[in-house]
Design a protein around this ligand. Sequence first.
Ligand code: NDP
Length: 493
Amino acid sequence: MTTSNYIGGKAGVGQGPEVNVVDPSNGKVIRTYRSDDGQSVEAALDAAHDAFPEWSRATPAERSGILHRLAAELEAVAEDLAQAETAQTGKPIRLSREFDVPGSIDNVAFFAGAARRLDGQAAAEYSADHTSVIRRQAIGVVGSIAPWNYPLQMAVWKVLPAVAAGNTVVLKPAEITPLTTLMLAEACERAGLPAGVVNIVNGPGPSTGESLVSSRRIAMTSFTGSTAVGRHIAGLAAANGTRLHLELGGKAPFVVYDDADLEAAVRGAVAAALINTGQDCTAATRAYVHRSLFDDFVGGVANLMRRVRLGVPTDPETDQGPLVSFRQRDRVAAMVDRAVRDGARAVTGGRAPGGALAEGAYYEPTLLVNADQRSEIVQEETFGPVLVALPFDSDSEALQLANDVPFGLAASAWTRDVYRAQEAARSIEAGTVWINDHIPIISEMPHGGMKSSGYGKDMSTYSFEEYTQVKHVMSDLTGRAAKSWHTTIYGDI
Ligand code: NDP
């Protein structure tokens, strides 16, 4: 029977209902597994608790060595990972090979190094009679939930900072995309990660996911996914007083000033809107374009979008594959239909393609104009290959519109003027602001949101703020039974 969980260093099979993993480019089942029957979470928490004392006391060098081996193990199966990622998500193989897999491996390598730089603060005498030391310690067992859009990368973002800092993890991937997360667990075993440090359970969010994040046996919840589920999970964490890290939805603005390099902005907008078929929380979704450039920008984007090659994800020539599922495709299509009904116009796209692609969850690259700033298509996460373009007349209006949504994950400003760029970087409410680009990420720099996009950081050493706790140790220096401050309590008795 197909492996469906990985607990205490062993591959296992759930006893719950059968789940089909579907290739969204043709609707065919590529794997069937039995999901969690309600037992896996407790078993995984047992394993994670058993592993914690030894792993949290391993030296940084020991943890680092194992994580470096993990990077090498993943490198050795990079092509298998890319094929599996593409099969279960429908993303073009070029993206899997050039972005998802190497980005994940680089993140593992980064945290292998960072594991040795987890310093507390040096000792000092802040009180004349005491030496103070700051210890930075692991928290305990972390319950993590990952989404389906970048299954391997999201699993790595959740697991690596946690285990590099000495925590142990129980991770639940999205039910529809479990394959590369299980491959990551196998690579952990080959790398020599002690049993129980990383555990994977597969099952539906509302049952398996919820029993994990509502457990009193986890010290922290780390969640990436939709804002609605994130808010629900925040309630569960609050009831237990559990530490929480939330990476939620986005609705990134893409601001094009009148002095922008138009060709760069057009190319940048199409790439940033269509990456991963738009199923990217930082994807460009709202292009605010100075009115003097608006028609040229719309024409350029529409032309380029029409040239994007939709096709079979395994073909290296394919630019855009299907969405992750028919459910997600239908959700995006319904949102675009509502926008058009409410007055928006599709300059290009706005429909699922016909012909051979009709059997997959495809949707054409879509550019909308005439949408209202207050409308659903401008305010809510779409998570599909859809860009809305809106004109603006002044810099202050552009920044006001850019901030006029509940989300605050990412944004970009396109200008040749350094003062405008700096003002945009300062004013836009987003965890990342790019200048004259949109999308690139790097392991050394943090990723995370503001407002309804959540809080806490993935990647970079900033993520250690989430996955460690700071302890103050204060040691008496005098050796005296009667401390000087005792007189405040009982005079000179
Ligand atoms: P969800 O937020 O529902 O799913 C994300 C993860 O949470 C999955 O592993 C899911 O499990 C799990 N989950 C769902 N419900 C619960 C629950 N009650 N308790 C614990 N875990 C739960 O996203 P969807 O997959 O439904 O997608 C809906 C929308 O969310 C997308 O269209 C997009 O707008 C947004 N989204 C944003 C992402 C981001 O990176 N910001 C990523 C994914 C989605 P399972 O799927 O197995 O049920």
